[in-house]
Design a protein around this ligand. Structure first.
Ligand code: 2BA
Length: 107
């Protein structure tokens, strides 16, 4: 048995949670915070059989893939004019750890 720990951005966590649950995986969600950016993210804990780990990773990747998005940005010019232009930013992406489970019990 394996334990999948997946750190997912909060924007994608709802979709990841819904997709994992729909496919029958038991999921625990922790509200976590990235140490570098101090932004909220969600850590998923999924205990599953070895042969289902790839499916879990594929579901998480499918719902949280790293992608780019155009966001509006403004700048002030010397003559006091505001200029609006779109800036491409990278969003999404997940960090996934797979750990061996020595023992699993529900009592
Ligand atoms: P990512 O590498 O995609 O990491 C996103 C979040 O995943 C991290 O949030 C952290 O919560 C978790 N994470 C990633 N790698 C981890 C690991 N090896 N162990 C435990 N948790 C891990 P943040 O720490 O806020 O980082 C946000 C983004 O800032 C990172 O995106 C990375 O692009 C950048 N970053 C992180 N630490 C950095 C550093 N020391 N120097 C430069 N850039 C850094």
């Amino acid at each position: 048995m394996k334990l999948v720990l997946a750190i997912v951005g909060n924007d994608d966590s709802g979709m990841v949670s819904a997709a994992l649950t729909k496919e029958g995986f038991s999921v625990t969600k922790l509200a976590t915070t990235g140490g570098f950016l101090k932004k909220g993210n969600t850590t998923f804990i999924v205990g599953t059989e070895d042969d289902k780990v790839d499916q879990v990773i594929s579901i998480i990747a499918g719902q949280s893939r790293r992608r780019t998005q155009l966001v509006p940005s403004t700048t002030t010019m010397d003559i006091g004019v505001y200029s609006a232009f779109p800036v491409e930013v990278t969003i999404g992406g997940s960090t996934i750890f797979v750990l061996n489970v020595d023992r699993f019990e529900k009592v």
